[in-house]
Design a protein around this ligand. Sequence first.
Ligand code: SIN
Length: 482
Amino acid sequence: MQLKYPALFQQQCYINGQWLAGSEEEVITNPSNGEVIGHVPTMGQNEAEQCVDAAHKAFSEWKLTTADHRANVLRKWYELMVEHSDDLATILTLEQGKPFAEAKGEIAYAASFVQWYSEEARRAYGEMIPSHRPNGKIVVTKEPIGVVAAITPWNFPAAMITRKCAPAFAAGCAMVLKPAPETPFTALALAKLAEDAGLPKGLFNVVTGDAIAIGGVFTADKRVRKVSFTGSTNVGKILMNQSASTIKKMALELGGNAPFIVFDDADIDAAVEGAMIAKFRNAGQTCVCANRLFVHDAVYDQFAQKLAQKVKALKVGDGFADNVVIGPLINAGAVAKVQAHVEDAVAKGAEALCGAFAKDGELFVAPFVLTQMSDDMLVAQEETFGPLAPLFRFYDEAEVIERANNTESGLAAYLYTRSLGRAWRVGDALEVGMVGINEGLISTAAAPFGGVKESGLGREGSRHGMEEYLEMKYMFMGGLDQ
Ligand code: SIN
């Protein structure tokens, strides 16, 4: 690996400001070719406890610093991320597989959260409320919640970390992080830059290894006041259960099953462009990915043909090769899921306009477009998390709203129409946390990201993301006539 700043490639955990090796190690491989990239320690309960000890101690000092100080440290971290974005993207592509240009985009996205919250740190305002009694004052202050445990996914190995860490540090919290086992090196590189930026020791701890043992400490330790998790709905439910005994605050960003609705009055070319990004970003491994594309009968064939033409042109391959836009999927299980959805749909009457699987053992999938879909197919009910665009036909607005909402998930939805009235009507009726109207890419540090129903709890990004790391304290000051 050629890095301009080789110290970014860390193969040790970062605990209490020290880089620590373990007695056992896990091998991390490149999903493009199976080659070994490096090793990380297999840490467990003891090290997770050390992380919490260190974070608890660091929190007691960090919470007393000024907002200005925290803002400046975060600003420095942001600048270092920008300066080293090529190296960070190189590490990210190697361990996650996404094309280098897309990895650079993710690093910019990740850095934008650090920038945003470096500014937001100064705006954790309290409130003064007119008193219910004479000679008294009602004052509301905001306090950092304490030690936060974060568990982050492999699909966005940088952005899902900074979207949690940056508001936490801005608010005055400390963090213990367990990154996804597939993508630890991006997390460790971010920790190295945080160290360089002057984050005090113990404030940010990154531990790799035994998920059950580490997660057990994160959810059971009383000093951890919040758990923030991005990942599957099933694991989210387990963490919520485990956190119940100590009543932790939870932030859960879980699975989606996003509808992407194209009405007959839509700009079809814009809808096709939107579908390309909403469906094939990160090879479809995104929780806000369009999972069910509902297309009005009157424009169905036209949309299908235009989409398939663009999809066939997508170059699939190693993320470092020229012009590649679809990298490998993360592992064999991810490929098997796409395969299961395609086979189930085809067995029930779907037609594949394009798409193919690579030879055995390879993780490349040439993206699929399937037509003649019906709601009894697997993909109608579960997230594929891969490059498969299934096109469902619909006939009217009320019908498509009902079908779009017929899922336990409620993360994102997309709709394309030229009618302003319909855009608002359908946008209001969709049971989700986020709606893209004539837009396929809705993610930004400026907006609150999150879902309803089984897609999770809480919001990340925007000023609302900061509130998630703050507690309100109400103080009544009486006797002011004395
Ligand atoms: C995710 O897939 O979990 C996040 C995607 C995004 O931030 O756009």
